[in-house]
Design a protein around this ligand. Sequence first.
Ligand code: NAD
Length: 373
Amino acid sequence: MTRPSIQISASRGRIRYPVRIAPGLLDRAGALLRADRAPGSVLVVTDRTVARFHGARVLASLRRSGWAPHVVALPPGERSKTLARVRALCERWAAWGVDRSVPVLALGGGVVSDVAGFAAAAYARGLDWYAFPTTVLAQADASIGGKVGVNLPGGKNLVGAFHHPRGVFSDPDALRTLPPRALRSGLAEVAKIGVIRRPAILDGLRRLAGEGGARWALEGPGRARLAGLIRAAALEKAWYVSRDPDDRGIRRELNFGHTVGHALEVSQGYGRLTHGEAVSIGMVAALRLSVRAAGLDPAASREVEDLLRSLGLPVGLKHRPGKMFWRALARDKKRGRLRTRMVLSPAIGAAKTYELPSLTPLRGVVLSLVQKP
Ligand code: NAD
């Protein structure tokens, strides 16, 4: 049975698009776009790994529906989230004579949707774009909500825009080729949604972890459970985005675990830890701080920590973080404010943004993450 699509609806209907999750959507890419506009040229942005696994069938589907695809494949991974890549992409489009009538199709994980979406926002002051996410992380989270952008050496996602896609089309079959590390990384963002808003998601993840390993979730009977969890997370993400499309209020709760997570990514060098791994460690920090500063039951915090560990995610640090980390943490937190703003969870499923008088308690919590040899 096909389940109805999730709808993003915000700003009194000015932002409105579907998030569809169904097997086989990659093979229907051409028809899905044609349902929205007349076929012509389409700018496919992907990465080389995704192109190898899934490019041919997406291109075949586009051509069947009368589209003329022009493809750019980025090197895979976080290191492609740079202004240089966006510039190269835009220059290629300019050389092809692309004007504002030509849409972009982002085929890949969160890196591809962030880069392609940002280039789409900037080129000719805005091209329409469609997201075909191929990782758990991008299907559950990154492709939804219109936040697009790239990293600077001094800060994660520091250059970006809000530019919503015209549709998000998630094909669970695309996940079959996902390496286990990328699967686990995505589960961290799914767990985050469980912690901040929907504890039932944590129960589902516990079952997933108990029933089998990564392969079981990608190829075996665990696929249905994984697809259900992705849908549940996407539904909650859509809830946040629809209420707060500009990320000025409640949507900030989605940053749970990202304060420490982003500082780890910046200070260790992009791509050493995956985004999900960094968020996993960041969530443990946020949970421990929630115990100290927001009254979270320590047992509840430990249960989530155990869950993350059982999913194969990191929950601690091998070494004491260095200067770069503390600098990145302070920068992430201050950004023009006197007090430290951070999302904490006084109870599982009920996150809130707090203004903390200083970074000192967070520092203590980060040091508690350093694993004893
Ligand atoms: P990613 O795009 O780098 O993908 C991870 C790896 O999986 C890559 O090597 C990629 O080539 C490979 N891959 C992708 N799909 C595959 C498939 N189907 N089969 C085989 N290999 C495949 O990383 P990600 O984890 O998807 O996304 C992380 C990024 O998302 C981070 O940069 C993060 O900041 C961003 N993000 C953005 C938002 C947002 O709202 N814009 C939200 C959360 C995260």
